[in-house]
Write a protein that binds this ligand. Structure first.
Ligand code: DLL
Length: 432
């Protein structure tokens, strides 16, 4: 089953022609409408006319997360705000978020790509899709929602959290598809079992899981505990949100929706493109986005591309599930967390030293994080009440920056190990 058979199964030659046509138009528009893009082209001595073949894309400059920060909030938009109908956002590396804008057409495109993804997971207009991704600025909830509606399915926009209600609605409404983070899905499965729910007797048949790394081992558990087929969906705010790539029934990698996104894998050190089959950093160029086009966006996600034909009949290249990142971004409870964000909050407080550790663990199947912060020696001798107050203030600042609650543990001066090279800020005890 396909949502858009023509575009999903066209020959690779036809696809390359289509990509080149779209690429030229998008590069030209971006160059004309985004001053930052024009400047970075000028620095590299290139113009849109230099793009005559798909290979010519390599001549163009990369876009990196810092470029988004420097042009915060709307500086990279290629359309004026009166054409922008939606903003979404995710964490930046410091206090300010990464902002994505969408025109009416972008929203329509996004919904279509999610509908395509849901069909790949076996979805039809008869399905009841429970969206357990967070609604709001995060792209997961709204993205999945519009796509499920576009498919004609019945959407249950329950958003993330509130496990009792999730499980109740799942039973009462007869949910057939679940879209949420894989760790939360596993948690739902376990909590459901504790409450005596027999998932083999429920109509739930498929899960569309993404926004954080997961593994084959987790797939087995999810499929067994929830009695479903579990599929991996990939995307990122900078490029659109979920629906950049999706697994098909073959579950042998995620098809990148190449009629809308051009994918490269580069060596993160040399920045040179790598051949198919070699692991490296995924770089994406949007081909059709209007409000916020990206040229050679460095995702920091590590994967391998496979252009072999797939048994599902789709011709789009497949990426292996994401195996890591080239930076230190963590994904905690589905929220992207950069140690630098935490550092910049701690620097606001004179009472602590700039020595801290993020201790990440999995309790049950959910991520658990704690921040250990070293006290300055003056502060160390202070009254307990004062220390508690400091803890509370750090907690609430971190909460307002990250949007999640993170326990703060103040530790004695000189107890966090010093490092001679790169500071080690993260202790990650999770086994995924
Ligand atoms: O997480 C978009 C999304 C929502 C994808 C719902 C899938 C489902 P961001 O918050 O901008 O966007 O985070 C993007 O999350 O660069 C990856 O590091 C990671 N990520 C997203 N999907 C996957 C996945 C959304 N399937 C960042 N596997 C990306 C592994 C993923 N990592």
């Amino acid at each position: 089953m396909y949502w858009d058979r023509e575009n999903e199964t066209m020959s690779r030659d036809e696809l390359a022609d289509l990509q080149l046509k779209k690429l030229k138009a998008s590069v030209e528009r971006t160059y004309n409408n985004v001053p930052f893009c024009r400047q970075s082209f000028e620095k590299k001595g290139v113009t849109p006319e230099d793009v005559q073949t798909l290979d010519d894309l390599r001549k163009l400059p990369f876009t990196i997360k810092n470029d988004l920060r420097d042009n915060y909030p709307f500086g990279l938009f290629a359309e004026p705000l009166d054409k922008v109908v939606r903003l979404q956002a995710s964490s930046g590396t410091t206090g300010k978020p990464i902002v994505a804008g969408y025109t009416q057409n972008d929203i329509y495109l996004w919904a279509n790509l999610i509908a395509r993804a849901l069909v790949m997971a076996g979805g039809t207009n008869k399905d009841i899709v429970q969206v357990g991704y967070g609604y709001g600025l995060f792209t997961g909830g709204m993205g999945a929602h519009y796509g499920a509606e576009r498919l004609g399915a019945t959407v249950v926009p329950v958003s993330s959290g509130n496990t009792d209600r999730q499980l109740m609605l799942m039973q009462d409404f007869g949910t057939t598809m679940l879209a949420c983070t894989p760790s939360y899905a596993l948690y739902l499965g376990e909590e459901g079992a504790k409450r005596g729910i027999d998932f083999t007797k429920m109509p739930l048949k498929a899960g569309v899981f993404g926004a954080e790394p997961w593994s084959e081992r987790m797939r087995e558990q999810l499929e067994q505990k929830l009695d479903i087929k579990a599929f991996d969906i990939y995307g990122l705010t900078e490029v659109m949100g979920p629906g950049v790539a999706m697994e098909c029934q073959a579950k042998q990698g995620l098809h990148i929706f190449e009629d809308h996104f051009f994918a490269e894998v580069i060596d993160p050190e040399t920045e040179e493109p790598l051949p198919y089959g070699k692991p490296g950093e995924l770089v994406i160029t949007s081909l059709t986005k209007e409000a916020f086009p990206v040229i050679r966006y460095r995702t920091r996600d590590i994967t391998i591309l496979n252009p072999e034909p797939c048994s599902c009949g789709r011709t789009h290249v497949r990426m292996q599930r994401i195996t890591g990142r080239t930076d230190d971004m963590l994904i905690i409870k589905g929220v992207n967390v950069f140690p630098s964000q935490i550092e910049s909050v701690l620097l606001e407080f004179g009472e602590t030293e700039p020595h801290y550790l993020l201790v990440v663990d999995r309790k049950g199947n959910l991520d658990d994080i704690e921040i250990w912060v070293e006290l300055s020696s003056e502060m160390f001798n202070d009254k307990v009440r004062k220390l508690e107050d400091l803890e509370r203030r750090i907690f609430s600042r971190i909460h307002s920056v990250l949007g999640i609650s993170v326990p703060i543990k103040l530790v004695e001066p000189q107890t966090i190990p010093r490092s001679e090279g790169k500071a080690k800020r993260i202790v990650d005890r999770r086994e995924i």
